[in-house]
Design a protein around this ligand. Structure first.
Ligand code: ZN
Length: 67
């Protein structure tokens, strides 16, 4: 299981996906959304909004929550 590089929190697929989108497509080290928000000096809600946005665009890095 992947863990956040900064805080060690277990990561969701969404967090891994959004790290790839925001940091580096080929990233092998990932951050949870709280640490990403800190890194980008934005609200966690914005990270959530981005995840939703990418998922709705059909990005394969993001899993659908439920059908
Ligand atoms: Zn973290």
């Amino acid at each position: 299981m992947s863990r956040c590089l900064k805080c060690g929190k277990a990561l969701t697929m969404d967090e891994i996906g959004i790290t790839r989108k925001l940091v580096n497509r080929g990233a092998t080290e990932f951050y949870c959304k709280v640490c990403l928000a800190n890194e980008f000096h934005c609200e966690v809600a914005l990270i959530d909004a981005k995840i939703t946005q990418f998922r709705e665009m059909g990005c394969t890095l993001f899993v659908k929550e439920r059908n």
